[in-house]
Design a protein around this ligand. Sequence first.
Ligand SMILES: [Zn+2]
Length: 296
Amino acid sequence: MKKRNIIIAIVIFIILIIMIVIGNLNRKDNKESDKLKIVTSFYPIYIMTINLTNGIENVEVSNMAENYVGCIHDYTLTTTDLKKFENADIFIENGYGMEQFSQKIIDSYPNVKMIDSSTKITDFVQEGDEVNPHFWTSIDNYILQVEKISEGLQELDPLNSENYKKNESIYEEKLKELKDKYNEINFSGKSVVSLNESFSYLFKFIGVNETLIETDHEQSALSAETVKEVIEEVKNTGIKAIVIAENDDNQNANLIAEETGAKVYKLNDAMNGDNSIDSYINIMNENLEILKTMFN
Ligand SMILES: [Zn+2]
């Protein structure tokens, strides 16, 4: 009898051990999925967000349109993109109609919380009836977007709120340094013709008069008539600089330059890069050097 009791005790003991081990394994699994999963819509928003989450261990950031080099405002959501929201907790977007597919994400994953980075911006550039949503090329607007994302993260992930605040002030310090570099140069009163609407906020930020030729990023689609009109405008105003983005086709810009004696300059719209936390700052420093030569 005693022997039997001992055997039963041993069996119960072994079962208990197994249960504890299994319990621990499960807890480990839960820990993995306990990571806060953030998905950003595209590059500038991704760079803002990785600065705010820098060094925070239980937060994971991925960029939805990571392999897309164009502007998200022309983007068509794929099934692969939608899948990225399956385990996501937070979606961060530029806002103001830039992500026309957002509703589809909300409908498919109603539990994913949204942060719209644009809601602190008040200084808009109007393009016809619409607000130009390429806010981030103004460092002032970029800072407002960082602040809004930080606020959103603090609210949705209160346990890390001090970390977000700390990262925000580190990043803002760097951004203010960048802004100071821009403020050292007086660009006000200068004029450009731009064939890419991404830079409207940059020019407004530095006080440069911009004649924007509406292109939807792709100035190769300009009609011969429009090109003719631009040539007239450049001749009449004596504008010396034509601006396109680095990845733009430069055929029309070159044609206008040839006809008018103006020069073509390529600025970086910060819509793709090396994924480093200082990417935006590095790009804007390079842009500053180009702007200096442009107006010298
Ligand atoms: Zn765009």
